[in-house]
Structures are given as C-alpha cells and as structure tokens.
Design a protein around this ligand. Structure first.
Ligand code: ZN
Ligand code: ZN
Length: 129
C-alpha cells in the first residue's frame, strides 16, 4: 500500500477513528470518508490499521464490528487491547473503557489470541436525558 491515494485514504480513516469519542462501524466510516475513498479501500485500510495496531476492533452485542483508537494504540506494537467496552442501548454508541482492564485466567493449555468483552447498558449522556 505505497501509492499516494492509499496513503491518503489510510490517513483519512485513521483521523476519523482517532477523533471520534466512540467506536465507528464500517458503514459509519464509509459515510465519513466517501469523498476520499471507496468502500473496498475503506475495508482494506481498516484491516491494515488493525494489523499495524493503530486501531482495534470491537465486536458489538449484535455482532457488528466497530473500530476504535485508544491511548494504548499509540504506545507499542505488542500491547493487548484488554479493556472493557460499553455499548449503549439508547444511543447505540460504543466506547472504550480504557481504565477497566479485563483479567482472564485460562488453563495453561489455552492461548488467548483475541479478547472481546462488551457490556451493554445506558451511557452517562443517555442517563442524564
Ligand atoms: Zn447513550
Ligand atoms: Zn477499546
């Protein structure tokens, strides 16, 4: 992915995710960058950013995949995204709860590759209204 158009697409997608306070799904991301890149490019760029650990995936309660950028995405390439996610049933937004780490102890013979834990409920801004 070295051509300038893809680099621009990658930057555009990363900016949208990094500047959003909640996680974005593929259709939402595509809406935001559609002037810059097509749907296929968006998918490809997302895969690439996940592989490079610049963003991480969140599987929502309904099975849809969302993407978010958290502080640990900037820190290293070896970190695990081992925090909780919160999915609001009212506004449908998904947030990273970066302070809430998940500690899982599996038998030694099991290896964790990916860990998704999403809690559904009502977020602070929805509980006010
Ligand atoms: Zn909400
Ligand atoms: Zn997260």
């Amino acid at each position: 992915m070295s051509n300038p158009r893809n680099t621009k697409a990658k930057q555009a997608v990363l900016n949208e995710i990094a500047n959003s306070s909640f996680a974005l799904s593929q259709p939402e991301l595509f809406e935001r960058v559609k002037g810059t890149c097509d749907r296929v490019t968006v998918y490809r760029v997302l895969d690439r950013l996940v592989t490079e650990n610049k963003i991480h995936k969140i599987v929502n309660i309904d099975g849809t995949i969302n993407y978010a950028h958290c502080a640990s995405c900037d820190e290293s390439h070896t970190h695990a995204h081992d925090h909780l996610h919160f999915s609001c049933v009212k506004c449908k937004k998904i947030e990273c709860l970066e302070e809430q780490l998940i500690h899982v102890k599996l038998p030694d013979t099991y290896q964790i590759k990916e860990l998704f834990l999403t809690i559904s409920g009502i977020c602070p801004s929805c509980s006010l209204s």
